[in-house]
Write a protein that binds this ligand. Structure first.
Ligand SMILES: C[S@@+](CC[C@H](N)C(=O)[O-])C[C@H]1O[C@@H](n2cnc3c(N)ncnc32)[C@H](O)[C@@H]1O
Length: 188
């Protein structure tokens, strides 16, 4: 399907971004355990991924965090803050160790200078992995992280392998072929 067709499909279904189809494919292919109690959405705005969980897992509690504002999503608790401050956010701390899915579509503002951008991406990715490691439960828990195909990908994967039994890279059909973005999935 062409990239624009995904955008049209998202609009038709009332989703805020076509990113939902990437998450949908990853969860359907890699994470078949359907029951989710608590989900943490890192870098959630404009809210497509939160919407997807809210619609498809009606009894799941979703906590979303972004530095930007996000229009309310039904049944989703939104916190406007940086993930760097996560340890100071009571609504999230209270569920520490009890999330069964962490989803991170986080991307930094790009400078156009590759080495700087790659470092900024790696920093946010590593932070996402560390948050997942601390906030997920011990059993049947998983993390999905958006990253980019660059020189840091291998070491990021290695870092994930320290904490997750299964680590897989995945390029969903809804992700444009020419885009360097790629998703890492880790499961305990
Ligand atoms: C690609 S968007 C996420 C799209 C979202 N998954 C959706 O489906 O609508 C990436 C987001 O990461 C956020 N972000 C970047 N750095 C952040 C940080 N340190 N803490 C929280 N959010 C951050 C950006 O503000 C941006 O909204």
């Amino acid at each position: 399907m062409h990239a624009d067709s995904w955008a049209i499909k998202a609009k038709k279904l009332g989703y805020r971004s076509r990113a939902v189809f990437k998450l949908e494919e990853i969860l359907n292919k890699l994470h078949k355990k359907k029951s989710l109690k608590n989900v943490l959405d890192l870098g959630s705005a404009p809210g497509g991924w939160s919407q997807y969980i809210s619609v498809n897992y009606p009894s799941t509690k979703v906590i979303a965090i972004d530095v930007l504002d996000m229009q309310p999503v039904e049944k989703v608790t939104f916190i406007k803050d940086s993930i760097e401050n996560i340890e100071n956010i009571d609504e999230i701390k209270i569920i520490k160790g009890r999330f069964d899915l962490v989803i991170s579509d986080i991307a930094p503002n790009l400078t156009g200078i590759n080495t700087v951008d790659d470092e900024n991406i790696l920093e946010l990715n590593l932070l996402s992995v560390n948050i997942a490691e601390k906030y997920l439960t011990d059993q049947n828990a998983a993390v999905v992280i958006k990253t980019f195909q660059n020189n840091n990908l291998k070491s990021l994967r290695k870092h994930m392998e320290l904490f997750f039994k299964i680590v897989q890279t995945y390029k969903p059909a809804a992700s444009k072929n020419k885009s360097a973005e790629i998703y890492l999935y880790g499961a305990r």
